[in-house]
Design a binder for this molecule. Structure first.
Ligand code: 6PG
Length: 239
């Protein structure tokens, strides 16, 4: 299935469109199944979306009691570290909405990567009551090297077909960091996968992912078999 690609004027418009979809999908999922499970992306792009969800009308219309937040990946850092994906979501969203604490399924970045990956996989199996989690929504970003979540070009984690979460060592932007990431089988089982990509610096890699032929680019391997794949781009990233 080809992805839906929507080009919006600027990052704020991307955040607004993503917030409208998050809210709609949350209401639909809670009405249909009693809960909404979302795996959040990290990096800087989703901050605008998180801040929007923490404000009206979204704050008031989203059924937070039924919302369960997970992460698509996490850096192996303490939760209060500036580089923590959890910290970004906590400061921009979680601290401002009536989300029950037990609905926040934090990836333990303060633990050694393999231990954190095992614990996270166990929590996923427990929450989804089975071997294969099906998220209602997986939010993803795109690195300038084509990585998404913490699935980097050439990483053995890209070949993982059994584990739900993998420990990786990532060399990106001149820094090496241990991380934990959801694996492709989990990403590709989601009901909705939503990429948020903004900025001129991403235009070339967006073109390579959406129109290129190099299957080795990690983000090209995200194709939910029975779900919807949507890319929200601002005009600069779509140039
Ligand atoms: C991470 C993210 C990663 C991110 C991309 C884009 O932990 O770094 O999960 O996959 O989405 O690197 O990051 P920016 O939004 O900062 O460009």
């Amino acid at each position: 299935m080809e992805p839906d690609v929507l080009v919006l004027p600027d990052p704020e418009a991307v955040a607004e469109e993503a917030a409208q979809r998050f809210s709609r999908w949350a209401v639909e999922a809670v009405n249909a199944r009693g809960r909404f499970s979302a795996a959040l992306s990290g990096g800087s792009t989703p901050g605008a979306l998180f801040r929007r969800l923490a404000k009206e009308p979204f704050r008031g219309e989203i059924p937070w009691d039924g919302v369960h937040l997970f992460w698509a990946d996490e850096r192996c850092l303490p939760p209060d570290h500036p580089g923590s994906n959890y910290r970004l979501a906590h400061e921009a969203l979680i601290a401002h909405v009536p989300l029950p604490p037990e609905n926040v399924h934090r990836l333990r970045g303060e633990w050694e990567a393999e231990r954190a990956a095992r614990a996270y996989a166990a929590e996923l199996q427990d929450f989804f009551c089975g071997p294969r989690p099906r998220f209602d929504l997986v939010l993803l970003g795109l690195g300038s090297d084509g990585h998404t979540a913490s699935l980097f070009p050439g990483s053995p984690a890209l070949e993982e077909r059994e584990k739900l979460a993998a420990a990786v060592e990532a060399h990106y932007q001149d820094r090496s960091a241990y991380r934990v990431t959801l694996t492709l089988p989990v990403l590709n089982t989601a009901r909705h996968v939503l990429f948020l990509v903004t900025g001129r610096a991403k235009a070339d890699i967006v073109q390579a992912v959406l129109a290129g032929a190099d299957e080795g680019v990690p983000a090209r391997q995200v194709r939910p078999a029975a779900g919807h794949l949507t890319w929200l781009l601002d005009a600069a990233a779509a140039m």
